[in-house]
Design a protein around this ligand. Structure first.
Ligand SMILES: [Ca+2]
Ligand SMILES: [Ca+2]
Ligand SMILES: [Ca+2]
Length: 459
């Protein structure tokens, strides 16, 4: 393994809020950043704070690090992923992505002045604005300002999805090009079933030519918004992680999920479903399962899942997520696995740096931050960054292996590291054959899709 810095992007300020996605231009790829020198804020009533808020910027960079454009967004745009989701997507099918984001030219909590805005990716100039649906105006703050932009395909045609709400009333709209409404659905608080997730995988899991949006444990058709399958019709809660994956030997699909909310007493907290909705396995009797990843670490490229339970502990300025157990399971059987790492499983991020089908781990926190571990937990490399913030993982560049985009603490430079000796073997080729992992790099600046490796570790 020969780890090198493959690309570097100088934002000019130390970002304390940072999101990024891939953008396709006519003749090349580029990298989008949404960043702010100030804090990131969450609409949760116990979390939101004004002190430390700074303007939000959006910037596009060439892969060689040259800045193409950088624009400051209006003061009304609050620096948090739920207030300002961003997606790059080619709705008009001219071979170049447009950039869609939720802008706000009014007061920070305005609905009147909140817009879906479209930018020309190459110039950053606004090409159209539409009113952002004010469906959640009457909700309490935490529920009002949870906005999503998602994208995908129905029979080859691009569909943009806008959504408002999590946990309670939820509203989703599908759009054709030029925002001609294709469908709209409401999932009222009174309706039974799952209440979305912070991540939004989009994949054609039943292979019928139409992408499904994983709206928590409820899969919605990009074609008309109908519910394709509901994995948990009697679970009226929210799922913190939802990860589609395959049995590489049979090609069969599974969906792993870990739940934030409690369900009925006889239900578990962690599930794996077969794609037809049957429960493959279920584990853990209680608690808020807050974090998860899957990684191929067992012999024969067998996958395990890590999941972390936490509890909320109030402090002087909100609450902390305090870890309350880390668990490892065989992805296909659900049997507990005695997996050992030299640090907490929730402080590492799996990715296949060298393409051999086994995941390595980047340590993101604690004394070993910046270390790269192999599947046995041994340190095989160390990044020169020291403490770092993980921006996103996966095949960010069109080169063998998976790469990590990160930024050292107090640095202005975002860097992409990868293995220059990587070679994609059969498992990597299978993982990337569906296009899901590559496509999701366009959705990494929406919601928590970039969080941990919930999305990048999939398939
Ligand atoms: Ca286009
Ligand atoms: Ca489908
Ligand atoms: Ca590997």
């Amino acid at each position: 393994m020969e780890l090198k810095c493959l690309a570097s992007f100088d934002l000019g300020v130390v970002p304390h809020m940072l999101r990024s996605s891939n953008v396709t231009l006519k003749d090349r790829e580029a990298i989008l950043f949404l960043y702010s020198a100030g804090i990131a804020v969450d609409p949760g009533e116990e979390l939101f704070q004004f002190k430390g808020i700074q303007p939000v910027h959006m910037a596009l960079f060439e892969l060689d690090g040259r800045k193409i454009w950088d624009k400051q967004l209006p003061d009304g745009v609050l620096p948090g992923p739920w207030f300002v989701p961003v997606v790059a997507f080619d709705m008009d099918e001219d071979g170049q992505d447009e950039i869609y984001f939720v802008n706000n030219t009014g007061a920070p909590f305005s609905f009147l002045h909140r817009k879906l805005e479209r930018l020309d990716a190459l110039t950053g100039e606004t090409t159209c604005v539409w009113k952002w649906p004010d469906t959640t105006f009457h909700e309490r703050m935490s529920l009002s300002y949870r906005f999503y932009i998602v994208a995908g395909y129905a029979h080859g045609k691009p569909v943009l999805v806008t959504a408002q709400g999590t946990y309670s009333n939820m509203y989703l709209q599908g759009w054709n090009n030029d925002m001609e409404k294709r469908w709209a659905i409401e999932i009222p608080a009174s309706a039974p079933g799952p209440r979305a997730s912070h991540v939004t995988p989009v994949i054609d899991i039943n292979e019928d030519g139409v992408d499904e949006l994983f709206w928590g444990e409820r899969l919605l058709s990009l074609d008309d918004g109908h519910e394709v399958i509901n994995y948990a019709p009697d679970f009226n809660g929210h799922s913190d992680g939802i990860i589609p994956y395959q049995d590489y030997e049979t090609g069969k699909w599974y969906v792993f999920t870990c739940r934030e909310d409690e369900g009925p007493k006889d239900q578990k907290r962690v599930y794996s479903f077969k794609s037809n909705g049957e429960v493959a396995w279920a584990q853990i009797d209680y608690g808020h399962m807050h974090d998860a990843w899957g990684a191929n670490v067992l012999d024969g490229h067998k996958k395990i899942f890590m999941t972390m339970r936490n509890r909320f502990v109030p402090d002087d300025s909100g609450f902390n997520h305090v870890e309350d157990g880390i668990f490892y399971f065989d992805a296909l059987t659900g049997e507990p696995v005695d997996f050992k790492l030299p640090c907490r499983g929730t402080d590492v991020i799996p990715l296949d740096l060298d393409g051999d089908g086994y995941h390595e781990f980047l340590v993101t926190a604690g004394a070993m931050a910046g270390s790269i571990l192999n599947r046995f937990g041994e340190v095989i490399a160390t990044l020169p960054t020291g403490e770092l913030y993980n921006v996103r993982m996966g095949k960010i560049l069109s080169v063998p292996g998976e790469q990590m985009m990160l930024i050292a603490k107090e640095s202005t430079k975002v860097e992409i590291y990868g293995d220059t000796e990587a070679c994609d073997g059969a498992i990597m080729q299978k993982r990337y054959a569906t296009g899901y992992l590559t496509f999701m790099q366009k959705l990494m600046a929406s919601g928590y899709n970039s969080f941990g490796s919930h999305v990048a570790c999939g398939v």
